[in-house]
Design a protein around this ligand. Sequence first.
Ligand code: 5GP
Length: 191
Amino acid sequence: MTSGSTQMAGTEFTNSNLDVLYSAEQIAARIAELGAQLTSDYAGKDLVLVGVLKGSCIFLADIMRVIDLPLTIDFMSVSSYKDGTSSSGDVEILKDLSNPIRDKHVVIVEDIVDTGLTLTRLIEILGSRGAASIKIATFLDKPEPRIKKELVVDYTGFVIPNKFVVGYGLDAAGRYRNLPFIAVVKDPSVA
Ligand code: 5GP
């Protein structure tokens, strides 16, 4: 291995430290189903998709293209996990929405729900802004570590076991967001 390289055998996408959980094809098929559901549920409503940066960027880009309705998008950036793999329990707003959500039907688009702390806090924040409704669409749901048991997730791509996953927007210390699939990092000590 050359100095400075953090890659195991294979290319980034065939990295031997990754165990594929859902392939790009499986993801596309599931996103199409979710899109059909959202298209039916939000027909005739003023819909805004709120992507939670950075992890939801790929899910948002894919899901918005299979919702066959007029809609707008906006973004928030919050920090709850600081470069690590466990929840700090607190949520800090790093970037707020660009536009008001009063009277709009909001779907928060999230990469993964784990403890549920981030979304619970986001719903509290956005709930005070007069939206007509607020629902959650998450690409992945890891119910096992849930602290906020009362959190209702309305749309879920896949329910996964309590393992740290990367790819399709999800990172490990900034890396792996560009993987077109979801994978478990076999040895997290290898960057
Ligand atoms: P929660 O507040 O629900 O515990 O955490 C949600 C956030 O934690 C996600 O938006 C994501 O940034 C991070 N997170 C939780 N589980 C994972 C995981 O398995 N992989 C990655 N890459 N991030 C995770």
